[in-house]
Design a protein around this ligand. Structure first.
Ligand SMILES: [Zn+2]
Length: 227
């Protein structure tokens, strides 16, 4: 099943931190030709630059806070403009607030991406499970690969098996920041789900199962909705 064609399919993935959104969107990109805009990555990349915008973004990202909506709009508008017509698109980690929902709908309209072909994929995961996953998450400083400590790399590894770079814990995966991200998620992102409740736009997926099973569930649901 490939989603390329005359329609402009747009999916948004939301779920608590650690729910595996990134893994699933990468799998969908590979299997069905989606282009993924990972909003957190866009912001993290910008936060590494020395520009005024970069420094501003950095101060939010490091504290686990939500970046102001005008900055998000600015960044995403530029990203979406680069995308060709008919290219199926995923926003990973967006919209995270009700204010961002307005930005999303504005961007869809401006780029002639029909609301009929828009769906919100919600990956649910109990908080306890999500916290335990995030605690084990590590990243290679050099190639930016993500690993699970004690699962995909031996416990306590310091060296990346792919490029020999240094294994680190991302600053937003530290325990105190994880807790903050959860509070923010509950307070700000759950209202997004309320907003689309009853519209038939939400595809709810059980995230508390192996990645392959989650992926299968997503594909099955997309097929029913989009055909
Ligand atoms: Zn590496």
């Amino acid at each position: 099943m490939n989603m390329k064609g005359n329609r402009n399919i747009t999916l948004c993935f939301i779920g608590p931190p650690g729910s595996g959104k990134g893994t699933q969107t990468r799998m969908l990109a590979k299997a069905m030709g989606f282009k993924v805009i990972e909003v957190g990555d866009c912001l993290r990349d910008l936060s590494k630059t020395r520009s005024a915008l970069g420094r501003k973004i950095k101060s939010y990202v490091e504290k686990g806070k939500i970046v102001p909506v005008d900055i998000i709009e600015n960044v995403l508008t530029k990203e979406v403009k680069k995308i060709k017509k008919g290219q199926p698109l995923i926003f990973d980690g967006f919209p995270r607030t009700k204010k961002q929902v307005k930005v999303l709908e504005k961007i869809l309209k401006a780029n002639k991406r029909s609301f009929d072909d828009f769906y919100l994929v919600y990956i649910s995961l109990p908080l306890k499970e999500a916290v335990s996953r995030l605690r084990k998450r590590r990243m290679c400083e050099k190639c930016e690969s993500i690993f699970i400590n004690g699962v995909t790399i031996p416990k306590g590894s310091k060296i990346c098996p792919l490029c020999h770079g240094k294994i680190i814990r991302r600053s937003d995966d530290k325990p105190e920041v994880i807790r903050k991200r959860f509070q923010v998620y509950k307070k700000q992102t759950e209202p997004v789900l309320d907003y689309y409740k009853g519209t038939g736009k939400i595809i709810k997926i059980n995230g508390n199962q192996p990645p392959e099973a989650v992926f299968k569930e997503i594909k099955k649901n997309l097929k029913q909705k989009i055909g």
